[in-house]
Design a protein around this ligand. Structure first.
Ligand code: 4AD
Ligand code: MG
Length: 438
């Protein structure tokens, strides 16, 4: 009987780079990231989902035919390589595999993405660009962000619920509703779980969801998607202060989890890990009125009642290093369900969290209007048809209680954590005004 061949264990590249396999025979499965050959040695950078390692092949050891195959493997060829791990100061990451075999699994010739490619082209070949280190680093951070949102709410005793996506009425104003032809009837894609949350919270008291929301945003900005991921929460028996506290604790927990689990990704994106890990409550707070004063002192005149726009948000964001909470917005610019401030009928008990550094609203929330007649008047003032909301008004007819909640744009949170120019790079296949494929 012949002796069994020495088996190489299949390992992750990240563990090689951590020094866990030095001196051992290993197998890696991955894709050719880059390669070059000189003086009878081929240097192949191989990537898997965890990292990139150099594998070197010696022509004399491999034989001419196999060596030619290595040399001819184009970028993104999928391969299985085996060899021994050594420490090598000259190799990227400080380790390399002295390769003794390479098997091509799926060939790849003339991979379309090279150097100096335009952003537009990268969006055309998004299905290939999502393999890049930049994109996979962002998606790893995104995965931590989603997981931590679930952890946060579940650990605080919230129930996860699933609101409908196809809905008969909007809650955030008609201008951004996408229509759906529903067997000949006009329905809409959800903008928010708002009306459903206010119904369900009377049964479950503490609820949250992470779901897509849709906004037919006609403006081209760096922070609007037409399909985005919305983390929403609603609580019975609580007012604005409690909800703000959850917003602060949630963002802080997410930032700490990312700093702990994704330090490598943050570094590769050029982000300071300690800064992200140090985002802790309390966050700075100003009222809408104070925001106007601050802006005025910087020469930006905003008419009272008008929404704070991108430009003004950026100006506010500049002077803070934590998310900024703006409270007490003018009632006239706000959605119908927000609670009128008992101390000032021109204001609502509503707040936004604005991202530091880049601006952009991360969270929007409020206490909800308790009074049935005020709610009806608000709906009518905003040109809504009361009949479409009659079922929702039942929430106020049968045992209503104080309740409050917020919605967080998860993509925007990832944009700020990774400090990206455009929110579209936080999501694998972005949907914007001009992009809907692949
Ligand atoms: O401020 P908004 O419109 O609030 C609501 O929809 C409430 N009903 C939420 C609630 O109280 N349950 O949206 C909430 C958040 C914004 O702060 C922003 O982060 C994000 O959703 N958002 C978008 N993100 C990406 N692309 C868009 N087009 C977005 N529109 C809103
Ligand atoms: Mg808002």
């Amino acid at each position: 009987m012949s002796e069994a061949p020495v088996m190489a264990d299949r390992v992750e590249i990240a563990d090689i780079l951590e020094g866990l396999h030095t001196g051992k025979a290993v197998e890696v499965r991955g894709w050719v990231y880059r390669s070059r050959s000189s003086g009878g040695i081929a240097f192949v950078l191989v990537r898997d989902s965890s990292g990139v390692v150099q594998v070197t092949f010696d022509k004399d050891e491999l034989g001419d035919r196999s060596f030619l195959e290595v040399e001819q493997a184009g970028i993104e060829t999928s391969i299985i390589a085996k060899g021994g791990v050594v420490e090598e100061g000259r190799a990227p990451g400080g380790y390399e595999i002295k390769g003794n075999s390479m098997e091509v699994v799926g060939p790849s010739r003339n991979f379309p993405i090279g150097r100096d490619i335009s952003d537009e082209f990268l969006l055309d070949v998004r299905h290939l660009w999502i393999r890049s280190q930049k994109m996979t680093s962002i998606f790893k951070v995104r995965s931590t962000v989603f997981g931590t949102i679930h952890d946060y709410f579940r650990s605080c005793g919230f129930y996860e619920v699933q609101p409908p996506i196809i809905t008969p009425a909007g809650s955030e104003g008609g201008a951004t509703l996408f229509e759906v032809d529903y067997f000949g009837k006009k329905l809409f894609l959800t903008q928010s779980w708002q009306l459903y949350a206010e119904s369900m919270v009377m049964g479950l008291e503490r609820i949250y969801t992470i779901a897509p929301s849709f906004r037919a945003e006609k403006s081209r900005t760096t922070r609007h998607l037409t399909e985005y991921w919305h983390a929403e929460m609603e609580m019975a028996w609580e007012g604005m202060e409690t909800i703000i506290g959850h917003g602060e604790a949630l963002i802080s927990q997410v930032c700490q989890a990312v700093a702990e689990r994704n330090a490598r990704e943050l570094e590769s994106l050029g982000r300071d890990v300690d800064y992200i890990g140090g985002i802790e409550p309390p966050f700075p707070r100003i009222t809408y009125e104070e925001a106007l004063e601050r802006l005025r002192s910087e020469g930006m005149e905003l008419e009272w009642g008008k929404d704070i726009r991108t430009l003004e948000e950026k100006a506010l964001a500049k002077s803070f290093d934590k998310p900024i909470i703006v409270t007490h917005y003018p009632k006239e610019s706000q959605a119908f369900y927000k609670m009128t401030d008992p101390e000032d009928p021109d204001l609502v008990l509503a707040f936004d969290f604005i991202a530091p550094e880049i601006g952009g609203e991360l969270i929007g929330g409020s206490e909800r209007e308790a009074d049935l007649e005020t709610l009806k008047a608000n709906l009518l003032r905003q040109g809504e048809d009361l009949e479409a909301y009659d079922w929702y008004l039942d929430t106020r007819r049968y045992g209503s209680v104080q309740h409050s909640g917020f919605g967080m744009g998860v993509d925007r949170l990832v944009q700020w954590i990774c400090l990206l120019d455009h929110v579209r790079d936080t999501i694998p296949f972005p949907r914007t005004l001009t992009r809907h494929k692949p």
